[in-house]
Design a protein around this ligand. Structure first.
Ligand SMILES: [Zn+2]
Length: 311
């Protein structure tokens, strides 16, 4: 049985984009030999990425995202920068940053934005999950080339799962930034907001980073109050989603609204208001009279809203 699909895994989390990773990251045994061993394995598959895009073969086959070392070379990958993600049933998988031009990729390849991978269903859930793991680790390594303690250059260790500063003998570990994303609701109404950078007509859950010293629940209450002026009572966890932009974990909750007046934070939101269950169903079913809509399937915000709206 795969260790990532335990009996107590909230099934909700498995319906979301980026959650289907089947790679065993070999956390207990990962060492300096892991990456060289993977690179010498003829079964190796490479996920090649650059700036929030995945390089894929032009083919529409389901495995168009799994590239070979030769493909990686054609895409200007620096093998010194690759990350060992682990092994799945078909062998080792690495993630590699590409120096190729995303707007004009080499013949036979295309560069696809991560969001399009799930919105357009271009890869299967296991590959999408591996993309989240690889993208987060590549971004963390790129952002931590120097020691936060002494400022010296750091070096990749354990296939990219640590960075080591020789000058002050310090190890640095990859981070995951927790983000609370929540729906405030009471009876047949819920609160949705709209940020100025959203697609036209789109409304979504409120969300914000969990700050040091907070519980998930207190962050949900604080963010909801700051962004909407609504006070929450009971807060319940629903599902989570790795979100590789660049290395967040979205923690989805529903909170019981215990106040009425919406007072939007206009520095973050251009609108925030109560929506009836009927209006939300119209948005889910793309029949809202004003064309209002929700984030696409696969996004945790839509999942939370749908879970609430359909009871
Ligand atoms: Zn240092």
């Amino acid at each position: 049985m795969d260790h990532r699909l335990g009996l107590n895994e909230p099934k909700a989390s498995l319906k979301l984009a980026f959650t289907g990773n089947l790679i065993d990251p070999q956390s207990e045994t990962r060492n300096e030999e892991s990456l060289p061993t993977a690179l010498a394995d003829p079964r190796i598959r490479v996920l090649v990425m650059s700036g929030g895009h995945l390089f894929m073969k032009q083919s529409t086959a389901g495995d168009a995202a799994w590239l070979t070392l030769d493909d990686a070379q054609a895409l200007a990958v620096d093998l010194e920068q690759v990350i060992f993600l682990g092994n799945d049933a078909a062998g080792p998988v690495i993630a590699a940053p590409s120096g190729a031009d995303r707007d004009d990729p080499p013949d036979g390849f295309k560069a696809v934005p991560f969001r399009a991978l799930f919105v357009e269903g271009l890869v299967d859930p296991a590959i999408l999950g591996a993309v989240a793991q690889g993208a987060s680790l590549l971004a963390w390594n790129a952002n931590h080339r120097f020691c936060g303690r002494c400022g010296s250059e750091t070096a990749s260790r354990a296939g990219g799962y640590r960075r080591y500063c020789e000058a002050c003998d310090r190890e640095h570990f990859p981070r995951t930034d927790p983000v609370a994303i929540m729906l405030a609701a009471r009876q047949d109404r819920c609160i949705l907001g709209r940020s100025p950078h959203f697609a036209e007509g789109m409304y979504s859950c409120l969300a914000g980073f969990i700050e040091p010293g907070e519980t998930i629940e207190s962050a949900v209450r604080r963010e909801t109050f700051e962004e909407s002026g609504i006070r929450l009572g009971t807060v319940e966890y629903l599902a989570s989603q790795p979100w590789p932009f660049p290395y967040s974990l979205m923690i989805g909750c529903i909170g019981e609204a215990v106040s009425e007046t919406v007072d939007p934070d206009t520095s973050e939101l251009e609108d925030c208001r109560w929506f009836s269950r009927e209006e939300v169903l119209q948005m889910l079913e793309e029949r809202h009279p004003d064309g209002l809509k929700l984030p696409p399937p696969g996004a945790i915000a839509r999942f939370i809203v749908e879970h609430w709206a359909r009871g």
